[in-house]
Design a binder for this molecule. Structure first.
Ligand SMILES: [Fe+2]
Ligand SMILES: [Fe+2]
Length: 217
């Protein structure tokens, strides 16, 4: 797939997130395969619901969900080419499954016109998580795991927990992702383990400093 040309009408500082999502939805629809699109729309809906229950802006969370896997439409060659614009650590560089998160943040900004640091940060870390992930990023991270299209043992409990006790659900999702990778014999990025440890140490407290600096200009 050819990388999309820049979305028209790059937004200004103050946002109507719902209007922007409506404008970008046809572009996302045209650039993702049907299965990925169903997942994406499920994540957007789940992120909106979770944001509502957590007192955050649901439209902004929905937009982050809409864009979170936007780089999944890139082929390997395009991904490799765009990766040259990013500074990934050696392990992240060695694991192609992780590329779409930093590439997604890159496309969200350069092609879809997103300037908002919370949305970019949420997309950048939706796959590995990060101890420094903000509230919106935590919602996207959980939504990506529990959206309605997913189906595996234990998911019903996590979906209930996400509504009743979000920080407990977040811990469960991080643990679930780490143990899934371990069971498959796959490598686990240290930042995911750090995220898990930080949740045990600090509960739901979110550090003030954002890791968004890892998204290049
Ligand atoms: Fe993803
Ligand atoms: Fe996803």
């Amino acid at each position: 797939m050819t990388p999309p040309s820049r979305a028209p009408g790059a937004p200004s500082a103050r946002q109507d997130w719902a209007a922007l999502a409506r404008r970008l939805t046809p572009l996302i629809r045209s650039r993702l395969r049907p299965k990925r699109l169903r997942h994406t729309l499920g994540v957007a809906r789940t992120a909106r619901d979770l944001a509502l229950s957590q007192g955050l802006d649901p439209a902004k969370a929905g937009l982050a969900g809409l864009l979170h896997d936007c780089a999944k439409g890139l082929d390997r060659g395009e991904s490799e080419r765009l990766l040259k614009r990013l500074r990934l650590d050696p392990l992240e560089r060695a694991l192609p499954a992780l590329w779409h998160a930093p590439l997604g943040a890159l496309l969200a900004r350069s092609l879809y016109g997103i300037q908002d640091r919370e949305i970019l940060e949420a997309i950048r870390f939706h796959s590995t998580g990060s101890p420094r992930l903000g509230a919106l990023g935590r919602i996207l991270y959980v939504a990506d795991f529990i959206e309605p299209g997913r189906d595996f043992p234990g998911l019903g409990r996590l979906r209930r927990l996400a509504r009743e006790n979000f920080s407990k659900a977040l811990k469960g999702v991080v643990a679930g992702k780490i143990s899934f990778l371990a069971q498959k014999g796959m490598r686990i990025h240290p930042v995911s383990v750090q995220f898990y440890n930080s949740l045990l140490e600090s509960g739901s407290k979110i550090p003030p400093k954002s890791p968004v600096k890892t998204i290049p200009k």
